[in-house]
Design a protein around this ligand. Structure first.
Ligand SMILES: NC(=O)c1ccc[n+]([C@@H]2O[C@H](COP(=O)([O-])OP(=O)(O)OC[C@H]3O[C@@H](n4cnc5c(N)ncnc54)[C@H](O)[C@@H]3O)[C@@H](O)[C@H]2O)c1
Length: 398
């Protein structure tokens, strides 16, 4: 499958209301790419990025603790923000090391946003669930939208609970909150955040660095996965869908591709002769074994027209060159995503750089440059709710 990589303002017919947006957890794996695409679509000043630290963010941005309800509310009110993407969470593998903290972070950050929507401060909310909401008694192949859900991790428990709270807020208070059960997401732009599917990102970096990889999941561990571009497209498509067309108010199943570490390694080895993998499963194996292998996303396809673009071949072909960019040596022969045969290093030199299509990327770069020419005030909200203004050399619409 060769993905049609056109995406964004050039090609999408409907982006929903052009609200001012806040992305919480904007510096993470998903947030980094979601902010870039939202800004490409809506304009840089329409999208606020917030994370614990603002140094990796671009303006308008803010260093903000998303558990600090006072600070989040103040920002939303001051900026006239009407839509929030709440991405802050402690992921599955990290969450098992500190379950109480994971539960508190994952639930508190959701309630803060749901309550703002309940009070009429927000028109629309996005909050991601995960395949971790399923469990060992869930059917593992063709996992349906509605089925047994008995998660074994605190992360999964928080996602299943969060889904039900989203549905409750919609039914009781009319809150327009939308959600996807993301599978493992694959991207090269930011390091993974401590999840059980992280091996599918680590493997590319190790291939580039060492020519080999030791997988923390066993060879035959099949899991649902998705390229980040597909995930961002699914998110924005769901958020733009007419409210009346949505029939799932917990969280939509979405699927793209599924593979095992052995299958991913074989696909990489096709483009990088000599690449080797071995296996040393750790505590994450038990987590992966409790998750589905292949998801049925019929409701997402029916209600808002979901269709993925990246299969395993397209994913390896697309991400290999980007990861080679960070290395010193070309990794071997590949076909870049324009179908030309080249070394991975040459693919980079020739400018096949990925992202969301040339036009959107240029637009985004221009927006970022424009934003950086101005000055922004970065609001730091301390733990005690005290605010200090720091001049970071940029200007936001404050
Ligand atoms: N990445 C995946 O494969 C995947 C799969 C399923 C679901 N999800 C969900 O998507 C969401 C985002 O995932 P991600 O992979 O981008 O996670 P990530 O860990 O890469 O990013 C989370 C971000 O939240 C920030 N953060 C943490 N605590 C914060 C706080 N108190 N205040 C403000 N910011 C804080 C972190 O600094 C980080 O930048 C999460 O809810 C996750 O459960 C992700």
């Amino acid at each position: 499958m060769i993905p049609d990589r056109s995406f964004g303002a050039d090609s999408a017919p409907n982006f929903g209301p052009m609200n001012k947006v806040l992305v919480l957890g904007a510096g993470g794996q998903i947030g980094t790419e979601l902010v870039a695409e939202l800004r490409a679509q809506r304009g840089g000043d329409m999208v606020w990025a917030a994370d614990l630290r603002a140094d990796a963010l671009t303006a308008p941005c803010v260093a903000l603790d998303a558990t600090n309800a006072t600070a989040v509310r103040a920002l939303v009110k001051r900026e006239g923000i009407r839509e929030v993407y709440q991405l802050v969470a402690m992921l599955s593998a990290t969450g098992e090391k500190m379950p109480e903290k994971a539960w508190a972070l994952n639930m508190d950050t959701l309630f803060i946003v749901l309550d703002m929507a309940k009070e009429g401060l927000l028109d629309r909310v996005f909050w991601p669930s995960s395949i971790a909401a399923f469990g060992p008694n869930t059917p593992r192949l063709g996992t349906p939208q509605y089925t047994v859900m008995d998660p074994t991790t605190v992360y999964g428990v928080s996602k299943l609970s969060g889904e039900l709270w989203c549905q409750y807020y919609r039914q009781k208070f009319g809150v327009d909150v939308r959600s996807l059960r993301y599978p493992g997401l694959i991207s090269w732009k930011t390091p993974p955040g401590g999840g059980t599917t992280d091996y599918a990102i680590d493997i590319f970096h190790a291939a580039r660095r060492d020519g080999r990889y030791t997988s923390f999941l066993g060879a035959e561990t099949r899991l649902p996965m998705m390229h980040m571009e597909d995930a961002i497209r699914a998110t924005l498509q769901l958020m733009a869908a007419p409210k009346e067309s949505l029939n799932v108010h917990t969280s939509y199943n979405v699927a793209a591709v599924d593979f095992t570490p052995a299958e991913l390694a074989a696909a990489i080895a096709q483009r990088m002769p000599g690449f080797a993998i071995d296996y040393a499963p750790d505590f994450r194996q038990a987590i992966a074994d409790s998750w589905p292998q292949r998801i049925d996303d019929a409701e997402a396809r029916r209600d808002w027209g979901w269709s993925p673009r990246y299969d395993l071949d397209a994913l390896v072909r697309h991400d290999g060159p980007h990861l080679a960019l960070r290395g010193r040596a070309a990794l071997g022969i590949c076909h870049d995503h324009f179908g030309e045969r080249s070394t991975w290093r040459n693919a980079l030199r020739s400018g096949s750089r990925g992202g969301f299509g040339t036009q959107s990327r240029r637009k985004n770069q221009a927006l970022n440059r424009a934003a950086q020419r101005r000055r922004t005030l970065v609001l730091r909200a301390g733990n005690r709710g005290r605010r200090r203004i720091h001049d970071h050399g940029f200007e936001g619409p404050a």
